[in-house]
Write a protein that binds this ligand. Structure first.
Ligand code: DGL
Length: 277
């Protein structure tokens, strides 16, 4: 039986990528409490099958609910693409129909209309997200005239998870995928970083992207969309505690998480190890 007491907002990712979302959420909504869960032991999700991503994501959502979260953000495009709908439709009614799980793809797509001028958009994402076709489908629903070209970057998440994002070796893979994407459509004026790990590679991504192209990180849009959601759903807003705390869970070693997460968040954090099953 899940506790009905109010609790933190849950933020889930396969690893460190969701921190790029949490950072922006905390900037915009600093008063709430957050519980971040990184499944670092089983990352990357991007190359895994639909069934596995769904089962791992459901385990994480259940755990966050058990920890008192009423609202969980899947700060992971792969999980949003492969698990969100099934969890919303099949699992939430059984687990607790009053809890909510939200993803990151829709808020990102909504932002596109005001960004692209050429109506040619590129998506860089994991193989799982690209194969799911979620971005082209969502974009066509909202903006039928936008042309979408996708490129999967299987090496980028391992670079981030292994703390190699700012090292020389990363340049080769960053340049390779940007060139491949832009060679497919010369009219692209906007690139969506459709994986929450990728903003950690942003300095290198910008280095290899022509200046006139907008590179869109999702954090800011997801944060605005969450603010709007809480405003439109006061019944949920009241169930979110507000003491400005952030708690971190990882399924891997806490030392490794602290080292990588503090580099990126630039604040001291404490982390607890948990097992998901
Ligand atoms: N950060 C995740 C995403 O946004 C998943 C990366 C992975 O585990 O492959 O897709």
């Amino acid at each position: 039986m899940l506790s009905q007491k109010s609790g933190p907002i849950g933020v889930f990712d396969s690893g460190y990528g969701g921190l790029t979302i949490l950072k922006e959420i905390k900037k915009l909504l600093p008063n709430y409490d957050y519980l971040y869960l990184g499944d670092n032991a089983r990352t990357p999700y991007g190359t895994r099958s639909f069934d596995i991503v769904y089962s791992f994501t459901l385990q994480a959502v259940k755990r966050l609910f058990e920890e008192g979260c009423h609202l969980v953000i899947l700060a992971c495009n792969t999980a949003s693409a492969k698990a969100l709908r099934s969890i919303q439709i099949n699992d939430l009614p059984k687990l607790d129909p009053n809890r909510r799980v939200l993803g990151v793809i829709r808020p990102t797509v909504e932002s596109l209309g005001e960004i692209t001028q050429s109506n040619h958009v590129g998506i860089l994402a994991t193989a799982g997200t690209v194969l799911s076709n979620s971005y082209p489908l969502e974009i066509t629903k909202l903006y039928p005239t936008i042309e979408v070209t996708s490129e999967s970057c299987p090496m980028w998440v391992p670079l981030v998870e292994n703390n190699e994002a700012d090292k020389d070796g990363a340049d080769y893979f960053v340049k390779q995928h940007i060139n491949r994407l832009l060679n497919q459509d010369r009219l692209i004026d906007t690139i969506i970083l459709g994986c929450t790990h990728y903003p950690i590679l942003l300095p290198k991504i910008k280095e290899y992207t022509p200046e006139h192209i907008n590179v869109v990180s999702q954090g800011e849009y997801v944060a605005k969309s969450l603010e709007d959601y809480l405003f439109r759903h006061p019944e949920m807003e009241q169930k979110c505690t507000k003491n400005s705390t952030s708690t971190y869970y990882t399924t891997e070693s806490t030392d490794k998480f602290i080292e990588s997460a503090t580099l990126f968040l630039k604040e001291d954090i404490t982390v607890e190890h948990i097992d998901l099953m």
